[in-house]
Design a protein. Structure first.
Length: 649
């Protein structure tokens, strides 16, 4: 039989770049580089005339780093960059890890030297194209794609410019407002960080309010708005925004529930950042920007941890220099699915700002608190005092949950795996660790919650049905695979079906059906991430119910353009939500999605109880593995490509 060659032909996998050669091919075949990374590097080679194999490799790694959420490639930690998961929200459950030691990694010093000579960095005789930017910092060299270099520089420049001056204000009026808005009965209990945050917002153009769930961030925001409204000659124009429709709706609800008490306008509306900036459908451009600034005097952005570098750049370009900007969020939570961890960078970045002179007269009692008061959270550390000059304050006193849940969250946040495991195995009714096969308690919670939701929904009691829906939530790290949402949602649906005695069909509407909206629909006021439930309407027809502040919003299911039945969701999706009990299914310890930030986010979704389903090894691996998002914002930059920082993006 003649050999035609077809017997030995093997189709090239979709992730393999056919034109990859040498070292790049080896990294591509090992799964470190994707086909897109290689193709971009090869395109740059053609455009810039680069011949160094090492330079092309790190160029491809820089592309991969951005896909994985970093702003740049840290040349001192190439192998760490290769370990970053780039699956975005949830992943697919593929826990295979390439053997990085088998690859031919370039020497860092040689790579940096090659980059300093590279036409891709310094430009070529054929033209001014400089697609790569090499930046020296106090912790080593960083390699950027030009777009992200410019965006980061723009953020740095605008923030520094805003920090050079402070708003004019009547200190006696602001002081009186602080006394009115913040309870002073706990004067001996330490620093009132909420009051301090309000004083910062009154005396700074840019304020960053960081804090975990339940620390009173939106409570503080509402009082800041009231303080600024009462201190001026006219009502300030207020812009409220968040990165998602769900987060924007929650911000609006939180502020409006306090509007009457604080004498705030009852028509305040929160928007997504895209809507605030005037996103134009089918375009990457916004209506508002450097040449057309936003018309607001005060802008508040909630859930800033989910804001990407690109979106933060666009926002800062659009904010007037004489407008106050208040950025609010939890820097320890999961970050944006796009490149950047801007909030965490702003909280941790080195500051050279001068002390804020107004704080001494606005909140002297808070600045005077000494360490003799007691708990570390009740005093300001030296580092915190320095950051006040840059407008950064962290709220620490949790009010939503406490006890063992708070202790577990703190242990995870600080990377203390031993303490976290000790807490989980202590027998506390609030937190527990269960073997992957021990799901009896999980099943009981799933079935009990579904039963309570169904009875309330069947009777048409939408408010009770929604309240019952928040009594328990099953969270997963992955979307697919043995530890993923698809598998566990199917399992939960089976448990509920067995309980009611017949198979429930998630493709049809039934009372008690839990819903998750997956896209914004501004016409119907339904937002991506909204959780709802099907209830029996007045005429017996199915009606979708969604919580809106203290009320309920009802809509016919036929008007829901993007919704799915949800018996489990990813931890990413759960951000901004709270449940009485949270059950967390952990993947194996080798999963790159299992990180400290993921565990912290999952744990802090619970009000009363946390159930972790996984192994000790998985818990330890997650706590010890942090999200590695390279950035230059939190570093001392000593050289920008050998030239001055650009003044325009």
């Amino acid at each position: 039989m003649t050999d035609t060659g077809f017997d030995t032909y093997e189709p090239i996998p979709a992730a393999l770049a056919q034109r990859a050669q040498g070292t790049m091919r080896a990294f591509n075949e090992a799964g470190v580089l994707g086909a897109a990374d290689v193709h971009v590097a090869l395109r740059l080679q053609k455009l810039g005339g680069e011949s160094s194999e090492a330079v092309l490799l790190v160029a491809a790694l820089a592309v991969r780093a951005v896909r994985a959420g970093s702003v740049c490639l840290d040349l001192t930690r190439l192998r760490d960059a290769a370990r970053i998961d780039d699956e975005g929200e949830g992943g697919d459950g593929d826990d295979s890890v390439p053997d990085l030691d088998e690859l031919d990694w370039p020497d860092e010093t040689e790579v940096v030297d090659a980059l300093r000579r590279s036409p891709l960095v310094i430009g070529a005789s054929t033209g001014p194209l400089r697609p790569l930017r090499l930046v020296d910092t106090d912790e080593g060299a960083l390699l950027y794609l030009d777009r992200y270099f410019r965006q980061e520089q723009t953020i740095r420049r605008i923030l520094d410019e805003r920090a050079r001056s402070r708003p004019a204000m009547e200190e006696t009026v602001i002081r009186a407002g602080l006394v009115r808005l913040f309870d002073s009965t706990d004067a001996g209990a330490g620093v009132d960080r909420q009051r301090l945050a309000a004083a910062l917002a009154a005396s700074s153009w840019t304020t960053v309010i960081a804090g975990g769930p339940g620390t009173g961030k939106t409570h503080t925001v509402a009082r800041i708005l009231s303080l600024l409204a009462s201190a001026g000659e006219r009502q300030p124009r207020i812009g409220l925004a968040a990165p998602t429709g769900k987060a924007a709706a929650r911000l609006q609800e939180s502020v409006l529930t306090q509007a009457e008490e604080l004498d705030l306008p009852a028509d305040l509306q929160a928007k997504t950042l895209h809507r605030l900036l005037g996103w134009q459908r089918g375009s990457s451009r916004f209506r508002f920007g450097p040449d057309n600034r936003l018309p607001y005097d005060v802008i508040v952005v909630d859930e800033t941890s989910m804001v990407s570098l690109t979106m933060m750049c666009r926002l800062l370009e659009a904010v007037r220099g004489d407008a106050r900007l208040v950025l609010v969020g939890d820097p320890d939570q999961l970050t944006s699915v796009d490149a950047g961890a801007v909030l965490a960078d702003l909280v941790a970045r080195p500051t050279k700002a001068q002390p804020n002179p107004a704080l001494g007269s606005l909140v002297p009692e808070d600045l005077a608190v000494s360490e003799s008061v007691g708990s570390e959270s009740e005093v300001l550390t030296e580092s915190e005092r320095e950051r006040l000059g840059a407008g950064v304050v962290r709220l620490t006193r949790g009010r939503r949950f406490g006890g063992d849940i708070s202790a577990l969250a703190a242990a995870v946040r600080s990377g203390d795996a031993d303490t976290a495991l000790d807490l989980l195995q202590r027998g506390s009714p609030a937190i527990s660790l269960h073997d992957p096969d021990d799901v009896d308690g999980l099943r009981a919670d799933v079935v009990t919650t579904a039963d309570n939701v169904h009875h309330a929904a069947e009777s048409g009691d939408a408010k009770s049905a929604l309240a019952a829906l928040e009594s328990h939530r099953l969270l997963c790290a992955h979307r697919d695979g043995p530890f993923g949402v698809q598998r566990w949602a199917t399992q939960a649906l089976g448990w509920v079906s067995d309980s009611v005695g017949h198979r429930l069909d998630p493709q049809s509407w039934y009372p008690g059906q839990p819903l998750l909206v997956t896209a914004n629909d501004y016409d119907t006021r339904i937002y991506n991430g909204d959780a709802g439930v099907i209830v029996r309407g007045e005429n017996g027809d199915p009606t979708a119910a969604f919580e809106r502040g203290d009320g309920v919003f009802l809509v016919h299911p036929s008007q829901l353009s993007a919704v799915q039945t949800v018996y489990a969701m990813t931890i990413h999706r759960s951000q901004g939500s709270q449940y009485d009990t949270v059950s967390v299914v952990l993947p194996g310890p080798q999963s790159s999605l299992l990180t400290r930030e993921l565990l912290y986010t999952a744990i802090t979704r619970a009000r009363k109880r946390v159930r972790v389903i996984g192994t000790e090894a998985a818990v330890r691996a997650g706590i010890e593995r942090q999200v590695l998002r390279a950035s230059g914002l939190r570093r001392e930059v000593s050289l920008y490509d050998g030239v001055s920082p650009p003044t325009q993006p």
